[in-house]
Design a binder for this molecule. Structure first.
Ligand code: DGY
Length: 325
């Protein structure tokens, strides 16, 4: 049986596939595949191991006549037409859990970088502009006593909030469900979105991209934020209306932003690249050695399970698949 892997992933994952006796075809490129390449790749494949950059459309799914599983090397799966996969009886899996801390840590790194102007300060020092200590040089914001608003209290949002222990912050969160862990461990309070936006000093987004969360943060929402607020996004770019954010940053409606994700990746608007109060990273939330290896193991194991007629972990269309097949 054949597995089409859209990009070289850590060897540990490929080894699991090969040791299971599967034929592994790895597309050797650093760039995302086109729809035609995906269609060609899955044509005679039994499994597809793809990345968050790969648009697995209905056309791709339809061309995979033997396809039994789409294993996404990511926790977010907005790149896959899951409904179409379900209609074709194809299992879709993702890689939750193993990248939770890596992503939450990056959100903190961005928060600190923006609040204390680390990138700007580094640039300043490297350019030889440091002429001696000065009382008003590169002033930023402290965290102690401030309010951190978490949008989306799932695994990553929860980890982000728990890591605030020690910084002595007030934690509020917006989520569909009460999060007992957060309430017990850091005294977090569940609030409405508008309240979170208007009372947070730092706002960190941790929701998946769905029809409901597309442009969840737009002009109206940004206008509710404090002029000193700092917005962090490590989830998906399109959760924020990027144009509205750029306008707000230009007009000084909020103090800054730390962005790991963008609306039309890999495009990063020049306006954002030019702003000193914006720290940008190229979608590296899960980019730690450990997380990427464990993601590879998880994605590979799901394929081995399905092709051996076992139920894999982390099926994202479990309900639809079980109903239909
Ligand atoms: C994911 O897995 O969805 C993350 O965005 C990777 O960084």
């Amino acid at each position: 049986m054949k597995v089409f892997v859209t990009r070289p992933i850590p060897e540990v994952g490929l080894r699991i596939l090969k040791e299971a006796g599967l034929e592994v075809v790895v597309r050797e490129s650093d760039l995302p595949p086109s729809e035609e390449e995906l269609i060609e790749g899955v044509r005679d494949a039994n499994a597809l191991l793809c990345l968050l950059t790969d648009k697995v459309t209905e056309r791709v799914i339809e061309s995979g006549k033997k396809l039994r599983i789409i294993s996404n090397y990511a926790v977010g799966y907005d790149n896959i037409d899951v409904e179409a996969a379900s209609r074709h009886g194809i299992i879709v899996t993702n890689t939750p859990g193993v990248l939770t801390d890596a992503t939450a840590e990056l959100a903190w790194a961005l928060l600190f970088a923006v609040a204390r102007r680390i990138v700007e300060a580094d640039r300043f020092a490297r350019m030889g502009k440091f002429k001696g200590w000065h009382p008003t040089l590169l002033l930023g914001f402290e965290l102690k006593g401030k309010t951190l608003g978490i949008i989306g209290a799932g695994r990553i949002g929860t980890a982000m909030a728990l890591k605030s222990m020690g910084f002595e912050m007030r934690i509020i969160y917006f989520s569909r469900h009460h999060n007992e862990t957060l309430e017990k461990k850091v005294g977090a309070q569940k609030v409405a979105l508008d309240e979170l936006l208007s009372s947070s000093d730092f706002i960190s987004i941790h929701v998946p991209l769905t029809d409901e969360t597309y442009h969840l943060i737009g002009k109206r929402e940004i206008e509710l934020m404090k002029p000193t607020a700092i917005l962090i996004n490590t989830s998906r770019g399109a959760v924020i209306d990027e144009k509205a954010l750029i306008e707000a940053l230009k007009e000084g409606k909020i103090a800054g932003a730390g962005l790991d994700v963008f609306e039309n990746e890999p495009h990063i608007p020049e306006a954002l690249r030019k702003m000193d109060n914006v720290v940008i990273t190229p979608h590296i939330g899960s980019a730690t050695y450990r997380a990427r290896e464990e993601m590879a193991v998880m994605a590979a194991r799901a394929i081995v399970d399905v092709l051996n007629n076992r139920i894999p972990q982390h099926i994202v269309n479990e309900k639809d698949i079980l109903e239909c097949c």
